[in-house]
Design a protein around this ligand. Sequence first.
Ligand code: GTP
Length: 411
Amino acid sequence: MSRADYLSRLRRRGLDQAASKSRDVHTLSTPTIQALERIAKSSGPLLHLPDEVETEYRLEWRIAANHIRVMLCILPMSVASILVVFGETLLGMPEPLAQSMRLGFFAIALPFALIPAAIGWLWPHSPAAGALLAVSGLVSLVWMNVLLAQGAALGYPIHHALLPCIPAGLVLLSGFRFVPVLGLIGGYLAVDQLAMQYLGTPPRTPTQWVGEITLLAILAAAALWMETTRRRSWAALRLLQLQAHQDPLTGLRNRRSFEQHYDVVAAQARRDGKRLLFALADLDHFKKINDRYGHDYGDGALSEVAVVLSQFSRRPLDAVARLGGEEFALLLYDCDPAGAQARLDALVDQVRALGIDNEEAPLGVLTISVGGVISDGSLPMSELYHSADQHLYAVKHRGRNGARLGPIISG
Ligand SMILES: Nc1nc2c(ncn2[C@@H]2O[C@H](COP(=O)(O)OP(=O)(O)OP(=O)(O)O)[C@@H](O)[C@H]2O)c(=O)[nH]1
C-alpha cells in the first residue's frame, strides 16, 4: 500500500488527528530549513514562507487567533445591539430610520457576525469563518449605505465616519493579515462606489475622503508590518522547535520528541485496539570504529545508519529516534509479531549491508543489535524500554548482529 493510500485510509478512520497531534516537527526538507533561517534573520517586508510550511503557519495562526476573533465578533455586536434597540431614545433618531436600523441589525449584521463566530468556535481549523466574516462585512456595508441614504432623506444625516469602522473591524478580525486586508479594502471601496451610484448615499466631502483614505492606508501598512513580524517570529520559533526535537547529527527525532510521540501513539493504539512495536537498536563495537578511524568517521557511520533506520518509519504514526550515543529507537504502529520480526531482521541485514568498515570487529563491518517488544499501548515507554533493553542485551550476549523480539506485553 502506498503512503498516499495509507494516509487516506487513516483519514477515514480519524487517525490523522493523532498523527497531527504528534506532528513530525523534525521532518522539514533542507531547502525549507534554509529558507526559514533566511526569513528569521531578514528585515524585508512580506516574507513568503516555503510552501512546505505555509499551510501549517496559516492553520496555527487561525487556531491561535480563534478565541479572540470570537470575542471580537460578540463584544461590538452586544454594544451595537443596545444602540440599535434604544436608537430613538438615546440618539433621537426618526422612527422610520430606527426601524430600518433594527431590521438590518437583527436580520443582517447580527446573524452575519454570530454565525462565523459559532463556526470559528466549533471548527477552529476551518477557513469558513474568515470567509463568512468578509462576506458579512460587505453585506453590512451595503446596509450601512442604505441607512446613510435614508438618514439623509429624513434630515438625520449619519456621519460617514461610521462606514470605515466596518473595514477597520474586519481588519482586526482578520488578525491584520496583509492579503485579506487588501481584499477587504478593495471590496470596501467597490461597495462604496456602487452604493453612491445606486443607493443614493450622499457623496463625501474632499476632507472626508482624505480622512478615510488615510485610515485605510494606515490599516494596510499596519497589516503589512504585523504580517511580516509574525512570519519572521514564526520562522524563528519553528527553527527552535526543530532544534528542540531533533538530533543534530542524524536529523532523527531526539529522545524528548520520541517520548512525546510515543504517548500519542500509545493512546491511539489503546483506542483502536492495535499493537505497536517498540525496538531498541545499538551499534556493535562502535567504540572500535572511533578508536580505529576517528570520531568523524564514527559520526558518518551514525548518519548512514540513521538513513537506513528512517526508511523503516513509513507510516504517519511510526517514528525513529536517536536516543543518545549509538543507541536508536524504533516505534511502528499497528504491527503484528510476524511483521515485527521480519522488519527487525531486515534492519539488521541492511545495516550490515552498508559495509561500513570496522576492521577490528569480528565481521569486519559495522553491525547492529536489536531488541524489541510488542505492546497494546497500555504501558509507559519506560517499561517498554526496560523490556526491549533486556532483549537487546541478550542479542549482545549471544554474539551481536541480530534481532530478538520478546512476547507481547501489556499492563
Ligand atoms: N563518533 C561518535 N561516537 C559516539 C557518539 N556518541 C557516542 N559515541 C561513542 O560510541 C561508543 C560506544 O561505546 P560502547 O558503549 O562501549 O559500545 P560499543 O563499542 O558499541 O560496544 P557494544 O555496544 O557492546 O557492541 C563510545 O566510544 C562513544 O564515544 C557520537 O555522537 N559520535
